[in-house]
Design a protein around this ligand. Sequence first.
Ligand SMILES: C[S@@+](CC[C@H](N)C(=O)[O-])C[C@H]1O[C@@H](n2cnc3c(N)ncnc32)[C@H](O)[C@@H]1O
Ligand SMILES: [Zn+2]
Length: 303
Amino acid sequence: MNEVTSLLQGNKRIKSAKYVSKFETIFACPICKSSMKVMDFKSLICSYHHTFDFAKQGYMNLTTHSVNTKYSKGLFEARRKLMNEGAFYKPVSHAIAKIISEHLVKTKENISILDTGCGEGSHLSNICDMVRSDFFKSVVGVGIDLSKEGIMIASKNYSNKIWAVADLANTPFKNKQFDVILNILSPSNYTEFNRLLKRDGLIIKIVPQSGYLKELREHLFHKPEKQNYSNSETVERFNESFQVVESSRLSYTMNLNQSSIEWLVQMTPLTWSTTEERVKSFFNKDSAQITVDLDLLIGKNTI
Ligand SMILES: C[S@@+](CC[C@H](N)C(=O)[O-])C[C@H]1O[C@@H](n2cnc3c(N)ncnc32)[C@H](O)[C@@H]1O
Ligand SMILES: [Zn+2]
């Protein structure tokens, strides 16, 4: 590493620590749950001196044990490209920003958003930008994911956000800190989400509907049970855990070019359970129509 790169990385760490210090009161130590403070623009330290350093990319690792996930750096890079260059999930970010504005903008000046299982951070970044520019609100975005690879990419690409490697089932935050919790195509922990949401806070959960990526699914799997699936159990559990405000379905089909097809194949866990041959033959297509079909579940906290 040359001197310039090392200086820039040092700057990034300090910049990020300065930003986090403005919001340090939201944190609770992942080990003992006590309050935390940013110290010397270098670490987040709790009252009992449990210490978590900022990484050179600006994120924090707030897990108490190391975790290996199947999600690789390549998967997250492909997901980022498909989202930003391919605009594949743009209607999803738009729909979420609109929901936030409809439910919160009238009553709130500042909005805090926690994305649980944020992956490489593009959804959170796009949504914060949209809420800020379309509705003139001040927005704080916090993204957590168990995958260090995802958080590393998020913090490298998106500044002025708080990025942490953390478990969504045991988050490093105090009670009632967030106006909005996002949970996009990720696992959930509803007890924890209810604990974190402010009174009248909103949870927005995105789950696949039956047509989600159906063209890719049909190509990769020849068994009908893998081609189709139902989300009814997930929806039922959501409805039991929150006061449901609204739910809607978002469906659209996009024509993907060759680059976007490659990113799609690289970014989806669907390819983990099929043969290399089927993945390759989809990969080699020049273009493809691909359906996005999602349920947007919107709830308020119950405690
Ligand atoms: C299909 S990806 C979705 C990522 C992102 N929300 C998106 O839509 O691009 C699921 C994500 O959930 C994360 N994840 C799984 N279990 C988790 C946990 N217990 N805590 C935090 N993140 C978790 C994975 O690391 C992965 O990034
Ligand atoms: Zn502690």
